[in-house]
Design a protein around this ligand. Structure first.
Ligand code: FES
Length: 106
């Protein structure tokens, strides 16, 4: 797969831990979640009916809860952990020499 890699270090430095944040990167709306030194990136809208996932919250396992119908997704891999059979698109995040980059498919 061919990714366009975008430096998101400035955005990441402003992220609160364990908070969902929607941002625009490379013309695309994505959601970000920082947990300690790890950052997860995922589609900003729910794969079920398109609700804004960053208006949701995290459950006790750290899974994203959609604000509309409460389906849950693992931010690591997009797994729909409440079992409705959807898949949240995720984007790779890499740390290179202390800088954060997110890969968006071209
Ligand atoms: S829109 Fe997210 S669970 Fe329905």
């Amino acid at each position: 797969m061919l990714y366009d890699w975008h430096n998101i270090s400035d955005i990441v430095s402003g992220l609160a831990d364990n908070a969902l944040k929607e941002v625009v990167v490379g013309g695309k709306n994505i959601g970000l979640l920082k947990k300690g030194e790890t950052v997860f990136a995922f589609a900003a809208t729910c794969p079920h009916s398109g609700a804004p996932l960053c208006d949701g919250w995290l459950d006790a396992r750290g899974h994203i809860v959609c604000p509309l119908h409460k389906y849950k997704f693992d931010p690591k891999n997009g797994y729909n952990s409440t079992g409705e059979g959807y898949k949240l698109r995720t984007f790779p995040v890499e740390v290179r020499e202390g800088e954060f980059f997110v890969g968006i498919l071209t």
